[in-house]
Design a protein around this ligand. Structure first.
Ligand code: GLY
Ligand code: MN
Ligand code: MN
Length: 508
């Protein structure tokens, strides 16, 4: 029980204000709540994600009857001193809440399938405080004067279709009897609270029911929630597919803007950074952000797979490999790579390498259908690549030996896989069971198709004409009962089409 006086409480409250903030006088505190127009009582429009998120929650609830599933949004992550990174909610939270953009730091979704639960799905978050509260003017994390007007419980409920409660009520929900599972990596503070609720339940001294050890679950149970929720995301519904199509359409705008600015980027120096900036501009303008750090890799940089430093110059005669995708407001992302000749025309050596990668991508697409396993996409691509490597006299063993598990020599020139699942995460469903991830393709899955060949300038085993050339072509494909659909097909990828695309943009 606290014995603090009101004065001590006020002083403690003031200490939460950043040190460099001038203390607020009593006169100011009395003055600030007065004279404001009342908040608009029109409820915000419901999010278009509601039907999809509701179906996702129904499926998850069905998988864990009689339990309480805790899915945090995550917290703001400090960049340095008192500056945070832009907030991006945890993917599992996005999938089950339907919230996107930067909503909502420190929120927690609880899906309660215990028999006595009065309501199954509840979103706990910190609602907007009234203007009489010091949060309004003094709180740089939540205050309206600092970050804008946030939602009330009723407004958030109208947006999400969820019952909403104040985050201060979360602990009571965690303490109620019944097993808990939490997405452990989303918010360490919430995970600690779940673990504390488990420890309390297991402690006879707490009077919560002796012998309840383990009755509220364990970290191993949490892992199962990760696996099941990751598996659940494999097959996209129609709304999710439309989000991914939209992400591809918007990414095309970004790619066209980069092509248009290639000559400027050559002139300015540090042209890779210019490309990154142009794409980033369109990502922020048309969507939420880039879905991952853009790779803008000119010349030999293309042979560094995750070249995100992007500080190189662009030289006419060389290629630039650009791997970039826009994440739309619902947080679904595209993942597209195109490799362009900086001067608009592929050299004969560049053509040869590009054509090999193109044919590998076509072969991969041919097996990207129901009836094949996901891993066959990679197998189909590497066989074509190995055939070309053999034709060029580079492969030290036969094609069959190279593609066998005991071989793999081709990986010197293509060390990455050809395909991953794509969705809210650029590498989606990564906690899913391995056999599910690489197993049978199902209608509704969206995967990348991204073969490449990377010949480092220092690779003495490679014919001189190829050294320093790196090519990847990456598209996003939807698995259907028939042939796969290319969600990113609006971005040309054949050699002649790419050159024509560039000419057409430069003539605009
Ligand atoms: N952009 C990362 C990848 O292609 O997987
Ligand atoms: Mn990819
Ligand atoms: Mn990519």
């Amino acid at each position: 029980m606290s014995t603090s006086t009101d004065g001590q409480i006020a002083a403690a409250e003031e200490q939460k204000v950043p040190k460099r903030q001038t203390p607020f006088s009593q006169a100011f505190r009395e003055f600030i709540p007065q004279g404001w127009e009342p908040y608009d009582s029109t409820p915000p429009a419901p999010l278009a994600s509601i039907p999809s998120a509701t179906a996702h929650r129904d499926a998850l609830a069905g998988a864990f009857p009689g339990e309480r599933l805790v899915i945090p949004a995550g917290t703001l992550v400090r960049r340095n001193n008192d500056c945070d990174h832009p907030f991006r909610p945890h993917t599992t939270f996005v999938y089950y809440s339907g919230l996107g953009t930067d909503r909502e730091p420190n929120a927690v979704l609880v899906i309660d399938t215990t028999p006595d639960a009065p309501v199954r799905d509840v979103l706990y978050f910190k609602p907007r405080a009234p203007r009489t509260d010091r949060e309004f003017y003094a709180d740089p994390t939540y205050g309206e004067m600092w970050v804008g007007k946030r939602e009330s419980l009723e407004e958030m409920s109208a947006m999400t279709g969820l019952v909403c409660r104040d985050i201060s009520e979360l602990d009571a929900a965690l303490a109620a009897p019944g097993p808990l599972r939490v997405i452990r990596d989303a918010d360490p503070a919430v995970t600690a609270r779940v673990d504390a609720a488990r420890a309390d339940a297991a402690d006879p001294g707490k009077g919560l029911g002796a012998g309840e050890a383990g009755s509220k679950g364990s970290a191993a149970d949490d892992e199962q929630l990760d696996v099941v929720s990751s598996d659940a995301r494999f097959c996209k519904d129609a709304w999710e597919v439309e989000q991914l199509r939209d992400a591809c359409r918007k990414s095309k705008v970004g790619f066209e803007a980069m092509i248009a600015d290639l000559p400027t980027a050559v002139e300015k120096g540090r042209g890779e950074r210019w490309m990154e900036g142009i794409f980033g501009l369109h990502a922020r303008h048309l969507g939420n952000n880039v879905g991952y750090g853009s790779i803008c890799a000119a010349g030999d940089h293309a042979n560094t797979l995750h070249w995100v430093r992007n500080d190189g110059d662009l030289h006419p005669g060389e290629l630039i490999l650009i791997d970039a995708g826009i994440e739309v407001d619902s947080l679904y992302t595209a993942d597209i790579t195109r490799t362009f000749p900086i001067n608009g025309t592929f050299s004969p050596a560049q053509r040869k390498v590009y054509q090999a990668v193109y044919e590998a991508q076509e072969a991969a697409a041919a097996v990207a259908t129901v009836g094949h396993d996901h891993k066959e996409i990679h197998q189909a691509a590497i066989r074509v690549i190995c055939e070309y490597l053999a034709e060029w006299g580079i492969l030290p063993v036969s094609v069959d030996e190279a593609v066998s598990p005991e071989g793999g020599q081709f990986r010197r020139w293509m060390v990455h896989g050809t395909s991953h699942h794509l969705g809210l995460d650029v590498h989606d469903c990564s906690q899913a069971r391995r056999e599910d991830y690489s197993g049978p393709l199902r209608a509704g899955m969206v995967v990348s198709n991204e073969p490449g060949i990377y010949f480092k300038s220092t690779d003495l085993l490679v014919p001189e004409e190829f050294r320093g050339i790196g090519v990847r072509i990456e598209d996003d494909i939807l698995i259907t009962d028939g042939p796969c659909q290319w969600l990113s097909e609006d971005c040309p990828r054949q050699i002649d089409e790419v050159e024509a695309w560039m000419r057409e943009i430069w003539a605009r």
